[in-house]
Design a binder for this molecule. Structure first.
Ligand code: SF4
Ligand code: SF4
Length: 68
């Protein structure tokens, strides 16, 4: 099931292959990737979207629920 962080960053665990690319590009060390678990620290994430652009399988998406 998809998870949403900071109301805008959507993560789909059924697509993610835990490659670690997003962790490498996150400038704020906000992504915690364990063997088969994944968490984004909402206190650290600035919604810069580096991870969204870098994910090779598009498991991360930027969704603007406010429509702005
Ligand atoms: S880059 Fe995409 S596929 Fe790789 S660990 Fe991050 S979310 Fe998962
Ligand atoms: S949006 Fe930016 S700060 Fe947030 S988890 Fe992705 S790369 Fe890190």
């Amino acid at each position: 099931m998809k998870r949403t962080y900071r109301s805008k960053l959507s993560y789909n665990p059924s697509i993610c292959d835990y490659c670690g690319v997003c962790v490498a590009v996150c400038p704020h060390d906000a992504i915690n990737l364990m063997e088969s678990d994944y968490e984004i620290d909402e206190q650290l994430c600035t919604l810069c979207r580096n991870c969204v652009f870098a994910c090779p399988v598009k498991a991360l998406e930027y969704v603007d629920e406010t429509g702005i």
